[in-house]
Write a protein that binds this ligand. Structure first.
Ligand SMILES: [Zn+2]
Ligand SMILES: [Zn+2]
Length: 282
């Protein structure tokens, strides 16, 4: 797709410069995406909706500046690893090993549109099992410990992984590009959804509708779902959907009650406030 395989016939220093350019381009793109997702989530929840967000805070503990610095540092390490993996992905792409396509007609509109939810379903499944495996005591220290240094996560923790976890997380897209045809715009949308959802899941603010867990939307995770995972360092392993945790019995006990407590705390206060300000009949 759009890359001249003859470029790979360059030799020596020019070949290295080409690879460095690929790395830098993907590193920049992924870093921009991360910064945009974390900045937009932070601005919306902590600035524009701050008063409302305060009543939807999940934890009383606050993340420190050092926590945020660490989350940004490891997120940038992750995007630099994604750039490294992309060097191999783009090589494979330019040599026709991957099934990315540009013309919708190649596979039709129905397939192209359905491939996005399919990608999200498969990613959720990959994430659940990879994430749960990384919680195995023998693997945790090597793969997942850095991410759990965030006890009170912030949107900046979206990519806060150790190098091992960054490689595990980066493997999904190349594997999918090898396994099934994916349109370029579907891939772009998928990557945008996953980073925004990731930033929101670490925001510490329960912004979902107060009836969420008591409605059919309960199949989707909430901020509370992943925040509880950071508090307890176990359970609630899913990313977008709740069903793997339910099928395999890893949903944390009291998840729905905790969600209801958080979203109703301001409603209760507002009701109490309204009652307190009502003129007395006596
Ligand atoms: Zn975890
Ligand atoms: Zn997390």
């Amino acid at each position: 797709m759009g890359i001249d395989p003859n470029l790979y016939e360059l030799q020596g220093i020019e070949y290295l410069m080409l690879q460095l350019n690929v790395w830098f381009a993907v590193f920049t793109l992924d870093t921009m995406r991360y910064l945009i997702a974390a900045t937009v989530t932070s601005l919306v929840l902590y600035k524009f909706l701050n008063a409302w967000s305060q009543s939807r805070k999940i934890q009383t503990r606050a993340a420190s500046k050092a926590d945020i610095r660490r989350e940004v540092f490891f997120s940038l390490l992750t995007t630099s690893i994604y750039g490294f993996v992309a060097v191999f992905v783009i090589y494979a792409m330019s040599h026709g090993y991957l099934k990315i396509y540009e013309n919708v007609e190649d596979h039709g509109w129905a397939y192209t549109l359905l491939s996005l939810p399919l990608l999200l379903l498969l990613h959720d499944t990959y994430f659940y099992f990879a994430h749960r495996s990384m919680h195995h005591p023998k693997l945790f220290k090597w793969f997942h410990k850095i991410h759990h240094l965030s006890r009170t996560p912030t949107p900046w923790a979206a990519y806060s992984f150790g190098p091992g976890e960054a490689f595990v997380m980066s493997a999904f897209v190349p594997f999918m590009l090898w396994a099934i045809p994916i349109h370029g715009s579907v891939l772009f949308t998928f990557v945008a959804i996953q980073i925004f959802r990731n930033a929101q899941g670490h925001s510490g603010i329960e912004f979902h509708h107060h009836k969420w867990v008591d409605s059919p939307l309960d199949v989707f995770t909430t901020t509370t779902h992943h925040d509880m995972h950071h508090q307890k360092v176990k359970g609630n392993y899913g990313l977008y959907f709740t069903w793997w945790d339910r099928i395999l019995g890893t949903e944390l006990p009291g998840y729905k009650d905790e969600f209801r407590r958080i979203v109703n705390q301001n409603r209760q206060e507002a009701a109490d406030g309204a009652q307190g300000s009502m003129p007395s009949n006596s």
